[in-house]
Design a protein around this ligand. Structure first.
Ligand SMILES: Cc1ncc(COP(=O)(O)O)c(C=O)c1O
Length: 402
C-alpha cells in the first residue's frame, strides 16, 4: 500500500513496468570530432564550450543578472546599435523569427515578405498562423531584391512590417540593405531582418542602416552552440510592442515580459528560467568577437571565402549565385556539375575527412552544395580540408574539369 501512498497507485499493484529505465551509462557518451563546414551549426569555439561546464547560478542571482547585462552589451556591439533593447531569446533562430513576428505584428496588419529562399517561406507560414495579412513577394533563388522593387511593393501594399533575410543560407545570397531602412520609415513600416547566418560574418550597422528589428542565431558566425537567438529592437519597434492594441499571442515570447527579465524597463522580474549555461556561452562568444574586433572578423570571413573560391574555381566548380555582389561569404553555394552525385560527395567528405558539406535546401535541393565559413571555422586550415574533400571526392567519381 506504500505505493498508493507515494504514487497514488497502491503498493499491491505498482502498474506496468516503465521501460527503458535510463540511457545506458556504459559506454560513456562518445562524440566524433567533425569539421562542421555546412550551413550550421558550425564548430563552437572551445573557449565558449568550456564556459558551459561552469557551475550554475540561479537565474535571478545578481551575478547572473550581471552576465545577462554583459550579453546585452556584447549584442549592442555586434548589432552596432545604441539601442538598449537587445537580448537573447531562449531558443534557436526560429525562436527569434517567431518572437519578432508575434510582437511586431497584430492580427490583420500587413507584412511584406521578401521571399527568396526557405526562410522567407517560413516567415510567410508563421505570420499567416498569427492572422497577419501576408504579401509574399517572391524572387527567383540565387537573386536579391533591388531597392526599387522593394519601394514599389511598399508603396502598393503599405505594410506595417517589411521582412528581409540578410544572408540566405538556402541560396547563398547576401541581400543589400542599402536605403531600405529609410525607405520603410518614410512609408511608416518597420524593417525586420534575419541575420541568423550572417551576424558577425558580414557587416551589420543596425542604427546607421535604419533597421528596426533583427534576430539571429548563436551557432553560426558567433561560434556558440545552438540555443540562443540574439534579438534587437529599435526605439520605434519597441514603441510598437509597448503600444499594441492586442496582447502578444505568445506568452513565452512576449517581449513586454521577456524584456523585463532582461532589464529593458528598469525592473527585473522572473518570466522563465534563464538559460544559465547558454548565457555564459553567449557572454564568452561575444567577448571573443569583441577581442578580435568586428572589422577584423568580417575581413577574416571574406579572406576565407576568397581562399575557398580560388580552390573551387581551379577544380572547375562554379557559383550558384550569378551576380558577384549578391554572393554571401558565410554560406557558399556551389553548382553540382552534370553527372556528379552530390550526396556521394558529401558522404565521401564525411568518411574520408570528417568534413561536413551540405546539399541544397528548399529551392536549391539537389542542385547545389553548401559550404559554411562561419565564426571559429573561418580559417585557412578548414578551407584546405574542404578543398581536399572536393578534389578527392570529385576524382573518386571520375569527374574532372573540362
Ligand atoms: C538564414 C536563416 N534563418 C533562420 C534559420 C533558422 O534557424 P534555426 O535552425 O537556428 O532555428 C537559419 C538556420 O539555418 C538560417 O540560416
Amino acid at each position: 500500500m506504500a505505493f498508493r501512498g507515494v504514487w497514488g497507485l497502491g503498493r499491491a499493484s505498482p502498474g506496468p513496468r516503465v521501460w527503458p529505465p535510463t540511457p545506458d551509462p556504459n559506454p560513456a557518451l562518445q562524440i566524433p570530432q567533425r569539421f562542421l563546414m555546412g550551413p550550421g551549426p558550425g564548430n563552437s569555439d572551445p573557449r565558449v564550450l568550456a564556459t558551459q561546464s561552469l557551475p550554475l547560478l540561479g537565474h535571478m542571482h545578481p551575478p547572473f543578472l550581471k552576465i545577462m547585462d554583459e550579453v546585452r552589451q556584447g549584442l549592442k556591439y555586434v548589432f552596432q546599435t545604441e539601442s538598449n533593447y537587445t537580448l537573447c531569446v531562449s531558443g534557436t533562430g526560429h525562436a527569434g523569427m517567431e518572437s519578432t513576428l508575434v510582437n511586431l505584428l497584430e492580427p490583420g496588419e500587413t507584412l511584406l515578405v521578401g521571399n527568396k529562399g526557405i526562410w522567407g517561406a517560413r516567415v510567410v507560414d508563421m505570420a499567416r498562423r498569427m492572422g497577419v495579412n501576408v504579401v509574399d513577394l517572391k524572387k527567383e533563388a540565387g537573386r536579391t531584391f533591388s531597392l526599387e522593387e522593394l519601394t514599389a511593393a511598399v508603396k502598393e501594399h503599405r505594410p506595417a512590417v517589411v521582412f528581409l533575410v540578410q544572408g540566405d543560407s538556402s541560396t547563398g545570397v547576401h541581400q543589400s540593405l542599402a536605403g531600405v531602412g529609410p525607405m520603410c520609415a518614410e512609408h511608416g513600416a518597420l524593417l525586420l531582418v534575419d541575420t541568423v547566418c550572417s551576424l558577425g560574418g558580414v557587416p551589420m550597422f543596425a542604427d546607421a542602416w535604419g533597421v528596426d528589428a533583427i534576430y539571429s542565431g548563436s551557432q553560426k558566425c558567433l561560434s556558440a552552440p545552438p540555443g540562443a537567438a540574439p534579438l534587437f529592437l529599435s526605439e520605434r519597434a519597441l514603441a510598437k510592442v509597448r503600444g499594441r492594441k492586442t496582447p502578444v499571442a505568445s506568452y513565452y515570447f512576449d517581449l513586454n515580459l521577456v524584456g523585463d527579465y532582461w532589464g529593458w524597463y528598469g525592473s527585473r522580474s522572473y518570466h522563465h528560467t534563464g538559460m544559465v549555461s547558454m548565457w555564459y556561452a553567449m557572454r564568452e562568444a561575444l567577448a571573443i568577437v569583441a577581442e578580435e574586433g568586428l572589422e577584423a572578423g568580417w575581413a577574416r570571413h571574406a579572406a576565407a571565402h576568397d581562399q575557398l573560391w580560388a580552390g573551387l574555381t581551379e577544380l572547375g566548380l562554379e557559383h550558384f549565385v550569378p551576380a558577384p555582389e549578391d554572393r554571401l561569404v558565410t554560406v557558399n553555394t556551389i553548382k553540382v556539375p552534370e553527372g556528379v552525385d552530390w550526396a556521394a560527395l558529401c558522404k565521401f567528405a564525411m568518411e574520408r575527412y570528417a568534413v561536413e558539406i551540405a546539399g541544397g535546401l528548399g529551392p536549391t535541393a539537389g542542385k547545389i552544395w553548401r559550404v559554411g565559413i562561419m565564426g571559429y571555422n573561418a580559417k585557412p586550415a578548414n578551407i584546405e580540408l574542404v578543398l581536399a574533400a572536393f578534389r578527392d571526392g570529385l576524382a573518386a567519381q571520375g569527374w574532372a574539369k573540362k
